[in-house]
Ligand binder design. Structure first.
Ligand code: PEP
Ligand code: MG
Length: 323
């Protein structure tokens, strides 16, 4: 089986009915690129930049970040690279930032919330990203957006830093897509509004599930509530994809669900454009997608959404959507 998959390394991902899908990889550091290329990813769907900031005693410099982003963009050789701005807080702490102890860190001062307040730090990262944009196909993504104001403010800061760089005589790519992660249910519910302003959505199911079900993704006691196939979640995912397409934008997914062989036919049927997963899952996913017809899956995916419970939905998916 692995030998069959290996033959697909240099192929594009196209379904049996001719729909082009982008199969991308999630990475944490530039060293991960080797495995990304070996597994034939068509892009990077999520570069978690927080690892640049972790396991050290002070913030990474602009130069250090620039080098990391440039390396990734160059090695991906013009393929899309979605780099997520710092997503710290929640379960990931930076001791040197002296962050406040919080009662509910996952509902607290994390990701874009923290970056919009610690703007000096945010601007350094954006400058590094914008400078690196000349070396490939960069897309910038903000984590944990909950309101339109947050998105507008973050985008405004990107524009400001871009203008400053250009005034300094430093080149920046002409067009850089700016998108958001869908991790907060409010975003999915208002996806039609956001779709008019963002360039893309990437659904972060790891967080979207925990916030939809109000169940801490790290807490064993409530892990029974962590249900990727719960119809409530499926409806949110559907809203995001529909809203994106209505505005001619693309919708991807970079949570664990995107690489789950049980979820792939379902997500394909719902119209997802980009799937980002660990590099080791890519060839298996490509092999699977080649045999699936999006058109045939659509009605079943819609039906799965109308189930009453997560268990019913999983049963339906396994019976009707898995080849
Ligand atoms: C997610 O929430 O699904 C996601 C991809 O982000 P992270 O796992 O880094 O929180
Ligand atoms: Mg997340």
């Amino acid at each position: 089986q692995r030998a069959t998959w290996a033959k697909l390394v240099n192929e594009k991902t196209v379904t049996a009915d001719g729909v082009r899908i982008e199969l991308a990889a999630n990475i944490g550091t530039p060293e991960d690129i080797e495995s990304v290329l070996k597994n034939g990813a068509e892009g990077i769907g999520l570069y978690r930049t927080e690892f640049l900031y972790m396991g050290r005693t002070q913030l990474p410099s602009e130069e250090e970040q620039y080098n990391a982003y440039k390396t990734v963009l160059e090695k991906m050789d013009g393929k899309p690279v979605v780099i997520r701005t710092l997503d710290i807080g929640g379960d990931k702490e930076l001791p040197y930032l002296n962050m406040p102890k919080e009662l509910n860190p996952f509902l607290g001062f994390r990701a874009i919330r923290l970056c919009l307040e610690m703007q000096d730090m945010f601007r350094v990262q954006l400058r590094a990203l914008l400078r690196a944009s000349m070396f490939g196909n960069l897309k910038i993504m903000f984590p944990m957006i909950a309101t339109l104001e947050e998105f507008r403010q973050a985008k405004q800061i990107v524009e400001e830093e871009k203008a400053k760089l250009i005034a300094e005589g430093i080149s920046v790519a002409g067009r850089i897509e700016i998108g958001i992660m869908v991790e907060v249910p409010a975003i999915a519910l208002l996806a039609d509004v956001f779709a008019k302003e963002v360039d893309f959505f990437s659904i972060g199911t790891n967080d979207l599930i925990q916030y939809t079900m109000a169940a801490d993704r790290m807490n064993e006691k409530v892990s029974y509530l962590y249900q990727p196939y719960h119809p409530a979640l499926l409806r949110l995912i559907d809203m995001v994809i529909q809203a994106a397409h209505k505005e001619g934008k693309w919708a991807g997914m970079c949570g664990e669900m995107a690489g789950d062989p049980v979820a792939i036919p379902l997500l394909l049927g719902l119209g997802l454009d980009e799937f980002s997963m660990s590099a080791s899952s890519i060839l298996q996913a490509r092999n699977m997608m080649k045999k699936l017809s999006r058109e045939e899956l659509e009605a079943h995916a819609r039906k799965a959404m109308t189930m009453s419970t997560g268990e019913e939905a999983v049963r339906y998916v396994k019976q009707w959507l898995i080849p």
